[in-house]
Design a protein around this ligand. Structure first.
Ligand code: UFG
Length: 332
C-alpha cells in the first residue's frame, strides 16, 4: 500500500481512547500498530492495523517492535488511569506509568523514533486557581495519577530534547462518548466514569451515586469538560502532523464547555426518555469542583475544533454503544 504514510506505534491501542485514535490514524493514511499488554484493553478493539501483545516495561521487545514495523512516530496511551486507584496503589501507578514511560523512551531512542505524542491529563493541573484552564496554569497535581503524568511530561521533554525527538504533551479533559459509526465503545471494568454509569442507570442498571452536592457550583455538583473521544482522536492526528514543523507542543484538549453532574443526568434522561435512578453520596476524594479547558491554544496551533463534543452527541453515541454491548451480551 504505497499510498500509506507509514507506521505509527500506538501504545494502549486496545483501550478506549487508543482504539479511537487508531481509527482516526487509519483514516488519515497512517498504519497504526497497537502495542498493548491487554491488562485493561480489548483485543477485538484493534481493527485498523497490526497488534502485538507487549508490556511497555519490556524495553527490548518494544524497541524490536518499533524497528520491525519501521515506525518513526509513537502515540503513547498505555497507562493506568483511575484517580482513586492511584491513591490506593501508588506503587503500581508509578511502576506502570512512570516505569512504562522510561522503558518506552529508551526503546524509542534505540529505535530512532522522531515524533512522540503523550497522553497527559488535566489532572496535572490539580485544583486550578482560575477556570477555564489554559496551558500556563501551574501544574500541581493532587493525586498520584496526576503526578505520574507530570513526571511523564518531564521525562519525555528531557529525553526528547537530548535525542532530537519532536514531542506533543496533550492534556485531556474528560473523554466521553463513542465512535459515531458504532464501531467502538467505552468498556472499562469496573466502569467508574459518569457517562456510562448514568446511561446504565437509565437503562435499569444500578442507581448512579452522585458524588457530592455541596460544591461551590451553581447546582452543587462537580463541573467537567466532556470531550468526545473521536474529537480527542483527531486532536492526536493533528498533533502528529504538527510535529513535522515544530519540536514541542503542550496543549489542552477539551471542548471549553462545562457540564455539572446533574446536567449530564438531565441530558441522559432527555435522550433515553427514562429517569436516571440516583442517590446522593459523599464527595469522592480528589475531585476538584470544576475543570474546564481553555481550548484556544489547540485551536490556534492545530486548527483543532470539536465536531462531536456537544452533549447530545456525546450522550447519543455513549448510549448506543452501551445498548449494543448489552444486546451482544444477552445474545452470547
Ligand atoms: N461522578 C459521580 N458518580 C459516579 C462517577 C462520577 O458523581 O459514579 C462524578 C465525579 O465526581 C466527577 C464527574 O462525575 O465530578 C466525572 O467523573 P469521572 O469519574 O467520569 O471522570 P473524572 O473527572 O474523575 O476523571 C477523568 C479521567 C481521569 C482524569 C480525570 C482528570 O477519567 O483519567 O478526568 O480530572 F485523570
Amino acid at each position: 500500500m504505497s499510498d500509506r504514510r507509514g507506521a505509527v506505534i500506538v501504545t494502549g491501542g486496545a483501550g478506549f481512547i487508543g482504539s479511537h485514535a487508531c481509527k482516526a490514524l487509519d483514516a488519515a493514511g497512517w498504519t497504526p500498530v497497537t502495542l498493548d499488554n491487554l491488562s485493561t484493553g480489548h483485543r477485538d478493539a484493534v481493527r485498523w492495523g497490526p497488534f502485538e501483545k507487549v508490556d511497555m516495561r519490556d524495553t527490548e521487545h518494544v524497541a524490536d517492535a518499533i524497528s520491525r514495523f519501521e515506525a518513526s512516530a509513537v502515540l503513547h496511551f498505555a497507562a493506568s488511569a483511575y484517580v482513586g486507584e492511584s491513591v490506593e496503589r501508588p506503587d503500581a501507578y508509578y511502576d506502570n506509568n512512570v516505569g512504562g514511560m522510561l522503558s518506552l523512551l529508551k526503546a524509542c531512542v534505540a529505535a530512532g523514533v522522531t515524533r512522540f505524542v503523550f497522553s497527559s491529563s488535566c489532572a496535572t493541573y490539580g485544583v486550578p486557581a482560575t477556570v477555564p484552564i489554559d496551558e500556563a496554569t501551574p501544574q500541581s497535581p493532587i493525586n498520584p495519577y496526576g503526578r505520574t503524568k507530570v513526571m511523564g511530561e518531564q521525562m519525555l521533554a528531557d529525553v526528547a530534547r537530548q535525542h532530537g525527538i519532536s514531542y506533543a504533551l496533550l492534556r485531556y479533559f474528560n473523554a466521553a462518548g463513542a465512535d459515531p459509526d458504532g464501531e467502538l465503545a467505552e468498556r472499562h471494568d469496573p466502569e467508574t466514569h459518569l457517562l456510562p454509569l448514568a446511561v446504565r442507570a437509565a437503562l435499569g442498571g444500578p442507581a448512579l451515586r452522585v458524588f457530592g452536592s455541596d460544591y461551590e457550583t451553581p447546582d452543587g455538583t462537580c463541573i467537567r469538560d466532556y470531550i468526545h473521544v473521536t474529537d480527542l482522536a483527531h486532536g492526536h492526528v493533528a498533533a502528529l502532523d504538527a510535529l513535522a514543523d515544530r519540536p514541542t507542543l503542550a496543549l489542552n484538549l477539551g471542548s471549553g464547555t462545562g457540564y455539572s453532574v446533574l446536567q449530564i443526568i438531565e441530558a441522559v434522561e432527555r435522550h433515553t426518555g427514562r429517569a436516571v435512578r440516583r442517590e446522593l453520596a459523599p464527595r469522592r476524594p480528589g475531585d476538584p469542583a470544576m475543570l474546564v479547558a481553555d481550548p484556544a491554544r489547540a485551536r490556534a496551533v492545530l486548527g483543532f475544533e470539536c465536531r462531536h463534543s456537544d452533549i447530545t452527541t456525546i450522550v447519543r453515541t455513549a448510549a448506543r454503544a452501551l445498548e449494543s454491548q448489552e444486546a451482544n451480551a444477552s445474545i452470547a
